[in-house]
Design a protein around this ligand. Sequence first.
Ligand code: PEP
Length: 250
Amino acid sequence: MRKKIIAGNWKMNMLPNEAIEFIQKLEPLVTDTNNEVILCVPYTDLFYALLTAQQTNIKIGAQNMHFEEKGAYTGEVSAEMLKSINVEYVIIGHSERRAYFAETDETVNKKLKSALKHELKPIVCVGETLESREAGKTQKIITTQTRLALEGINSEDVEKVIIAYEPIWAIGTGKTATAEDAEESIQAIREEIKKIYGQEISKRVIILYGGSVKSSNCKELFTMPDIDGGLVGGASLEPIEFSKIVNYEK
Ligand code: PEP
């Protein structure tokens, strides 16, 4: 059975003292959950977040990384650097990075390979624009993004990859995909994985939904058969609200 994962994406928010306070408040609210709780925090919070989350069930991730091992890439951080301080997860190819920082399917694929090489657990984002959705191209876009992200990844490694289906028109807009639409898109992604790796592996890959998830809509999304949890932006910035999403079954 696939585990449910609830991952927060803080984006460019939270100073270290705020991160520490957040984790201290969140911790008692999520101790009883069987779901995986992840906070993907800015680089400057990583060290503080890792220390504060020690001996809790809260896991810490980064929001980006570079695909090269080292070298003249001013301002960048490698997978090995993240791993060296015990970061466990990393978001790759978030739509904001694709839109504002020129990430492509090719860089996403290179980052994914480097993350896996250094034993980081990648959360790879795919999703369509409103224009593509209205043109009826959703499935084509997201299955192509999935295939290109996974190019050259073997069947053992693909099971370590978490995919987040995040329709771009739903991110930070307050508009959520209906549970049925999200399920349909995630089924299409799983079907694409099945084409490449076979049925058994496709059933084991964790696929999240992201896009204006909040405590009031998470249950109907997370109880769909193919949706294995969520990548949560805005609603991950407040501990009580985020804990309600983590504890969506209660
Ligand atoms: C995200 O940042 O991945 C996201 C889904 O944001 P929000 O929940 O705010 O739409």
